[in-house]
Design a protein around this ligand. Structure first.
Ligand SMILES: [Zn+2]
Length: 301
């Protein structure tokens, strides 16, 4: 089975707790990934909202260095996406929180040089660029410049965690296709889900801009009293397909970044998830698009 995942927080967990990427008890390890024949994972360096300026840059550098060291240590198993290495796992480095640039354009170039190819513009609070899902406000002047230069560099921009105002401003400013790496449809009724999930209009804009939406497995964002685990994920997929998202949909599990139902919690579960969705009547052509084809097409471009 092939699998492409747009978001996880594994590398921060490894770096902060001095764990190996190859063998650990997290949602993702290279050993657990052995069940997947070809696997691409976006590894995000999550920047806590308490860190801004130089402190954010320092935290990013430390975590990115750990990531590169782990790749070097396990180079028979994992290599950077786009490199010529023939490994079962391919990795893309991202940051979750554009504050990793320290609020300067030089800092943005630094992220690019360190290998970052995808940027989630904010986490939940405001930063130098824009305002996140649990705060008010939109884009700053610096944020607009940040978007322009990121797109020139070929960095993929990610709207997951933006609040509504920031999202719609971003849709006006940006010129390239963009993604929501780990976001769901707004069909779950709780406070967190209402703020983080995407309205139909937002979903349509991402789809019309040839973007991607990676479904997040976080219990708070997909589950209700009526459906949990794979059933809840199935409801999300069905709803997205009803909005015409067959070529937009992917997964952004949020592994090692949130609480996930046991049937979905870990990279080694994905072959079973595929079968469980198929058993519920999901067409395999569509499943292949969601599991890897849509994301692969997007990143090859
Ligand atoms: Zn997140």
């Amino acid at each position: 089975m092939r699998y492409f995942d747009l978001h996880c927080d594994t590398i921060g967990e490894c770096s902060n707790n001095n764990l190996s990427l190859k063998n650990n008890s997290l949602h993702i390890s290279l050993e657990k990934a052995e069940k997947i024949s070809e696997y691409t994972q976006v590894f995000a360096v999550w920047i806590p909202d308490e860190l801004r300026g130089k402190a954010a840059v320092k935290y990013f550098d430390k975590t990115a260095d750990y990531f590169n060291k782990e790749i070097e240590k396990n180079k028979e198993l994992i290599s950077l996406y786009g490199s010529d290495e023939n490994t079962p796992v391919k990795a893309i480095l991202s940051v979750e929180g554009g504050s990793a640039c320290g609020g300067t354009i030089e800092g943005l170039y630094h992220l690019f040089e360190k290998g970052v190819r995808l940027i989630t513009l904010t986490w939940n609070a405001p930063n130098e660029i824009a305002s996140g899902a649990f705060s008010k406000g939109g884009f700053t002047e610096f944020g607009k410049e940040f978007v322009r230069i990121s797109e020139e560099l070929g960095i993929t921009l990610d709207v997951s965690h933006l609040n509504r105002q920031s999202f719609y401003e971003f849709a006006e400013i940006s010129k390239k296709p963009f993604i929501a790496s780990h976001s769901n449809a707004n069909i779950v009724d709780n406070e967190f889900a209402k703020k983080r999930n995407l309205d139909d209009e937002q979903i349509r804009i991402i789809k019309n801009r040839d973007g991607l939406i990676g479904l997040n497995f976080c219990r708070d964002f997909i589950e209700s009293e009526k459906s949990q685990g794979v059933d809840a994920l199935y409801e999300q997929i069905k709803y997205m397909l009803s909005l015409g998202c067959e070529d937009t949909l992917a997964f952004g599990s949020d592994f090692d970044g949130c609480t996930i139902h046991k049937d979905l919690s870990g990279i080694e579960k994905m072959p079973d998830v595929y079968m469980a969705l198929k058993d519920r009547g999901m067409d395999e052509t569509i499943l292949e698009k969601i599991f890897w084809k849509n994301a692969e097409r997007f990143f090859l471009k």
